[in-house]
Ligand binder design. Structure first.
Ligand code: NAD
Length: 399
C-alpha cells in the first residue's frame, strides 16, 4: 500500500493533491461540532437523508449534521477522484473515507455513490440504493456546485461567472500572486447565461425530486432544501446580477414549484437556504470573492459572529429544517442563514475596507491569512496535529 509524503500542489484556486490525514482531521472536527450543536432527539428525529454534493463544503457539513447530529441513515452523491497508485485522491474522497470510517465505528449509516449526479445512470443507482438499503428519505439536500452538466438528453452545458449587460471593471484578486488587481470581465452572451442556468439552476433539482416521488422514495412530510447565495453590493455585478445570480433565481423559483408538490400541511415542503459566503472549492473560483471573503472574515471575527460551514449547517438543521420546526423565511420564501453576514454593522465596515484595500495593506485591512488557512485546509493542509513530514497511506477506500 503506497505510503507517501504529501505536499500541496496549488494551481490558482485548486490543489492538485490532498492530504488524507488532514482531511480526516477536518472531518473529525466537524463531527465534534455537529454532535455538540444538536441537542439529541429533542431537536427532532431525521430517519434518513439524501445529500447531493456530499463530499465538500456545505454538502459535506449537511451530511455530517444529518448522520452524526441526528443519527440519520445518510446517502451522499458526489463526484470525486479516487486514489490511483501513489497519486492522492481528491479532498472530498478523503473527507468521505473518514466520515464512513467514523460512522461505522459509531454504528451509524453513511454511504456514498461517487459519480455524475446529473446523469440518468447515477440517479438510477441512487434509486436502487435507497430502495434496497435506506428506504424513503425525510430530507433531500441539494448542494451541487459544478462547472458543467450533461443533461438527460446528452446536451452539454457550461457554467460561467460573468456579468450581464455590461462588462465588469473593478477590484479583483490574483490568488497566484496574492495581489489586489483591477480586473475586467466581459459581459456574458445569451448562450452563457442559458448554460449557467442549466448547470446551477433548478432543473436538475426538479428532476431528482420528481424521480424520488415517482419511485415512492420520499417519506411522508419529506423536506427538500437547496443552497443559494446573494452576497454584498461589491460582488453583485459578478454574482447576484451576473450569470450565476440568474441561475440562483431559477433555483429559487424551482423551490416554489417543488414546495407545491411536497406541501402536505404537516411540515413537508421545499426551500432554498441562502447561506453565508465561505471558503470552499466552488467559492474560491469566483472572481473578487476571495477578496470579499478575506474582508468579511476580518469583520465578522472582530464582531464575534464568524461561522464556518459546519456551524451554518448546525444552525440550519437545528433551528429551521429538522422536523417540528417551521422554517422562518424572508418575503420571497427563502431561509436566510446569511443574516449575520448581511447585517448592516458588518456590511458597512466591509464596504469601507473594500475601498481601502490594496496589495500593500492586505494584511491590515483583510483577514487574507484566515482565507489562506481555510483554503489550504480544504485540501487537508495546515491542520494542527498532522505530521506533514511523515509518509501517509494515500490509498484509502470508501468502505
Ligand atoms: P463545493 O465545491 O465545496 O461542493 C460541491 C459538491 O458538489 C461536491 O461534493 C462535489 O463532489 C459535488 N459535485 C460537483 N459536480 C458534481 C456532479 N456532476 N455530480 C455529483 N456531485 C458533484 O461547493 P459549495 O461551496 O459547498 O457549494 C454548494 C452549494 O452551496 C452551491 O449551490 C453554492 O452556490 C451554495 N453556496 C455556497 C456558498 C459559499 O460561499 N461557498 C455560499 C452560499 C451558497
Amino acid at each position: 500500500m503506497p505510503q507517501v509524503v504529501v505536499e500541496p500542489r496549488i494551481r490558482g484556486f485548486i490543489s492538485l493533491t490532498a492530504h488524507p490525514e488532514g482531511c480526516a482531521a477536518n472531518v473529525r472536527e466537524q463531527v465534534a461540532v455537529a454532535r455538540a450543536g444538536i441537542p439529541g432527539h429533542a431537536a427532532g428525529h431525521i430517519n434518513s437523508a439524501l445529500v447531493l454534493g456530499s463530499s465538500t463544503g456545505y454538502g459535506l457539513a449537511s451530511a455530517i449534521v444529518a448522520c452524526f447530529g441526528y443519527g440519520a441513515k445518510t446517502l451522499g452523491v458526489c463526484f470525486e477522484k479516487p486514489p490511483e497508485g501513489d497519486k492522492t485522491a481528491s479532498a472530498g474522497w478523503y473527507n468521505l473515507a473518514e466520515a464512513h470510517r467514523l460512522a461505522k465505528e459509531q454504528g451509524l449509516t453513511f454511504q456514498t455513490i461517487n459519480g455524475d449526479a446529473f446523469s440518468p445512470e447515477i440517479k438510477a443507482e441512487t434509486v436502487r440504493a435507497l430502495r434496497d438499503q435506506i428506504g424513503p428519505v425525510d430530507l433531500v439536500i441539494y448542494s451541487l456546485a459544478a462547472p458543467r452538466r450533461k443533461d438527460a438528453q446528452g446536451n452539454i452545458w457550461n457554467s460561467t461567472l460573468k456579468p450581464i449587460g455590461a462588462p465588469y471593471h473593478g477590484k479583483g484578486f490574483d490568488l497566484r500572486n496574492e495581489a489586489v488587481t483591477e480586473s475586467s470581465i466581459d459581459a456574458a452572451t445569451d448562450e452563457e447565461i442559458t448554460g449557467t442556468i442549466k448547470v446551477m439552476g433548478g432543473e436538475d433539482w426538479r428532476e431528482w425530486i420528481t424521480l424520488l416521488r415517482q419511485e415512492g422514495l420520499l417519506a411522508p412530510s419529506a423536506r427538500a432544501v437547496a443552497y443559494s447565495y446573494i452576497g454584498p453590493e461589491v460582488s453583485s455585478a459578478i454574482y447576484r446580477r451576473g450569470t450565476i445570480g440568474r441561475a440562483k433565481e431559477d433555483l429559487e423559483r424551482t423551490a416554489h414549484e417543488i414546495h407545491a408538490l411536497l406541501d402536505d400541511g404537516r411540515g413537508g415542503g421545499a426551500w432554498v437556504s441562502v447561506n453565508k459566503g465561505l471558503v470552499t472549492q466552488a467559492s474560491s473560483a469566483i472572481p473578487a470573492v476571495p477578496l470579499y471573503i478575506s474582508i468579511l472574515y476580518k469583520v465578522m471575527k472582530a464582531q464575534g459572529s464568524h461561522e464556518g460551514t459546519i456551524e451554518q449547517m448546525v444552525r440550519l438543521f437545528r433551528d429551521q429544517i429538522s422536523p417540528g420546526h417551521t422554517p422562518e423565511v424572508d418575503d420571497v420564501g427563502r431561509i436566510r442563514l446569511d443574516d449575520w453576514e448581511m447585517a448592516a454593522p458588518v456590511q458597512t465596515v466591509v464596504e469601507e475596507l473594500w475601498d481601502a484595500t490594496t496589495t500593500e495593506n492586505l494584511a491590515l485591512t483583510t483577514d487574507y491569512a484566515g482565507f489562506k488557512t481555510d483554503f489550504m485546509r480544504l485540501f487537508g493542509f495546515g491542520v494542527d496535529g498532522v505530521d506533514y513530514s511523515a509518509p501517509t497511506e494515500v490509498d484509502r477506500p470508501l468502505v
